[in-house]
Design a protein around this ligand. Structure first.
Ligand SMILES: CC(C)(COP(=O)(O)OP(=O)(O)OC[C@H]1O[C@@H](n2cnc3c(N)ncnc32)[C@H](O)[C@@H]1OP(=O)(O)O)[C@@H](O)C(=O)NCCC(=O)NCCSC(=O)c1cc(O)c2ccccc2c1O
Length: 135
């Protein structure tokens, strides 16, 4: 399955050269992941993060083409691997037919003290179903 997250490029995303500055892409990625937890996993961050954490352990990104103010990006999130304590996801950002960036990110489920923990059964089941992992 895939989760689609539209993101228009705004003035605040752009550097003086008129292209998106890469930390703003990382914020878009996090916004996409937050919407995914809310809309697909039905576990919004404002609830989940009261008792847990989901820090990013690793993120790899390749920037293929610059984005400019007004571009209509679409971030497409797919599941890559659901582990006992982690979830690796892929995000591809496009504008029309043009690829802008690809990222692979691993989130780790933690308790409120930042210690890694196994996913709850409910969350793991939803992540498995989304990722298409064998049940
Ligand atoms: C991330 C850590 C808590 C991991 O701790 P530790 O190394 O002790 O974990 P384990 O050895 O038990 O492994 C658990 C699990 O993680 C996988 N893993 C660990 N490291 C990596 C890695 N580098 N790449 C890929 N996978 C990794 C390991 O394979 C295990 O997976 P299984 O599924 O197989 O069990 C700890 O390392 C840590 O705290 N790191 C620092 C994190 C950090 O500071 N990140 C950057 C800033 S925080 C951040 O970006 C962020 C914060 C939030 O509050 C968020 C909230 C909500 C959404 C996103 C957030 C967010 O992105």
């Amino acid at each position: 399955m895939a989760f689609l997250f539209p993101q228009k490029v705004l003035f605040k995303h752009c550097d003086p050269a008129g292209i998106v500055f890469y930390p703003r892409y990382f914020e878009m990625i996090n916004d996409c992941v937050e919407a995914f937890f809310d809309q697909v996993l039905d576990d919004p961050f404002e609830v989940l993060l009261r008792s847990a954490g989901i820090p990013t352990a690793e993120i790899q990104t390749r920037f293929h083409a610059p984005s400019r103010h007004g571009d209509a990006l679409v971030l497409t999130l797919t599941g890559n691997r659901v582990g006992r304590k982690s979830f690796t996801l892929d995000i591809e950002a496009t504008c029309g037919d043009e690829l802008r960036f690809r990222a692979r990110s691993t989130l780790v489920y933690t308790d409120a003290n930042g210690q890694s923990q196994p996913w709850s059964h409910a969350l793991k089941s939803k992540l498995d179903a989304f990722t298409g992992a064998p049940l």
